[in-house]
Ligand binder design. Sequence first.
Ligand code: DGJ
Length: 736
Amino acid sequence: MKFYQFPFPGSGFLAVCTAWFFLHPARLAAQTLIPLETGHMAMVLEVEQNKDLDIIYFGKKLKNAVEYGLIPRQYKQPEDYTRSLNAAYTPAGSRSLAEPAITVTHADGNNSLDLKYVSHHVEKISGDVSLLTVLLKDPVYDFEVSLYYKSYYRDDVVEQWTTIRHHEKGSVTLHKFASANLYLKAESFWLNQYHGDWAKEMRPEESRLTHGIKTLDTKLGTRANLFQPSVFMVSFDKPATEDEGSVMYGGLEWSGNFRIDLELDPLDNLRIMAGINNYASPYQLQPGEAFTTPAFWYTFSDQGKGDASRRLQRWARDYKILDGNGNRLTLLNNWESTYFDFNEARLAGILQDTKKLGVDLFLLDDGWFANKYPRNSDHAGLGDWQENRQKLPNGIAALVNEAQSAGVKFGIWVEPEMVNPKSELYEKHPDWVVKQPNREEYYFRNQLVLDLSNPKVQDFVFNIIDSLFIKNPGLAYIKWDCNAVIYNAYSAHLKNQSAFYIEYVRGLTKVLERVRGKYPSVPMMLCSGGGGRVDYAALQFFTEFWPSDNTDPLERIFIQWEYSYFYPAITSSNHVTDWGRQPLKFRTDVAMMGKLGFDIQVSKLNGPDLSFCQQAIKNYDSLKQIIWHGDQYRLSDPLNHAVASVIYVDETKSSAVMFNYLVNYRYDEKSRVPIRLKGLDAVKKYRITETNLYPGTNSTLEENGIYTGDFLMQIGFNPVVNANRTSVVLKIEEVR
Ligand code: DGJ
């Protein structure tokens, strides 16, 4: 690997590598540039003569990095009177009057901040990953901000965050403290954002951004994504399609309140400020203390939304998700088949059914705990994590043993951050509960949130998990649920209530770090009353997440489709349940598009249904590596077509699996035209066969059809989806 040295004023000589991470200061007249480049994208910072640090470019990488310096003079936009709209990290209270990235009150009560470039350096973390750090300082106050840009060359992803410090004579109040500040130029900007609620997660809305500020945020404290997740896309010039157009994706790595401001400024450029939500959270920063913001990740592609999502998915598997390149367990869950109504005998039967079905693990859901106030409904017991003696007289240990004898693994549900007012925990430790001392309690699903800012509560939550493992070393899986938002935010532990929302998430992170320190690899599902909590901070501790309680497969096609732009299939826990009107085959096919599980009464399945499921699990075993680790291409969009279609292709382009569903049930809707496949090798030949056929049915497709990749990608293939064949799964294998 070659290293070059470039002269750079103020920082002496800087060594950078051009092979993987091309970041070098180039000089044009009166310009000092810091181009941050990955394989295909670039963000270029410029140090102005007055030492302001600005962003002069964000988009597709240029072939000649020196030409970035020529970009600004090609724009003849209105004058920026403040020359600060494109600041790399916009301070407030000095000359900038645009939406700030940071707002402070200094120790002496002054509200102004200015930030000037001091130095930067690049650290090479691996062949693929580099870290650029830029130091900014206020010329008047002893106050500094370090900007961090961690870039992943191959996948075109950047994680950006800041560390804020000062050495003033008292604490400084941080009123706003964004992780990242970006500046985009285009003719127009199209925001694709998401909203939802329980069972309606990830509904997309795309609109042209108009002048002023559009804010995406949450103030729910925990289960924070319930109405709005932090993930979004911005298309440049026109809405990007699956395969065309320039688009950036972004999201915050923070499982709490976030705020993303998108400001179309007077010059018609887009300013983006993303970070923790400053709502009710002015932060008292002590002299010498470092306040580090969570990372905001972003990616860019000029090849449409599909390309951006495949890069992001690969990055997530390689760098973010716990065991992102590993394996997962198929399972049978008992939530919808029993709810709270079970006992040892009933579970023993379900354990036998787990084996009969052919999945790896049985997952015992809610209802197994609490004695004084038994957990027989969601009104009581949460917080009392002792086995319910009536339902489980021999404890979880007996069930784990029983599972072992049945030849399956055993997993368990917990909701450790929560408490029912009707519980011994609430009676013993009312001060551990988030609630206002003098106000009426207000419940979400009859429960309240524990105060994770309190180290004693952190210990309690850690111990719930730890003692389960200590008592039951055979435990193989945890489903970690979180069903309430935070009302009446108040911590009896904290002196400064403004720290609460941030300290809650920090406390949660500490607990998860402890759990992972001791149990590094046990698979854990991140669940939040459906899809109320998923982000790349949490997924560092979890192997998968629960996208929605809505498992109606027709709904799931849409929900999983939207999640898939941001999260790879290996993280998506999809269960076959009795929701919806679709046949068992349709439900199973949809669940197979991620991490397959079941939540049905196996004992009630008729013969053909049972053998279909058993065979589908075997089929899944032979396809799952492609689904979990392959590249996903969206072929036909359920929002605009009668047939939805998705393909997963393995790395060598020799095997693929294609899922096709009828999503419009009006008269005679069907796959009228061939669906063009993607991601194959044009010169390879492929055999297409239908799999997951329901017992007694035959495929209507030509047997052993062989086609070139060229044909399949240019002309396409008709899976023959219609009212009689509403769900069709195709195996595509290279013929040598
Ligand atoms: C909400 C989850 O989303 C469900 O899957 C189930 O675990 C229930 N909680 C249990 O209370």
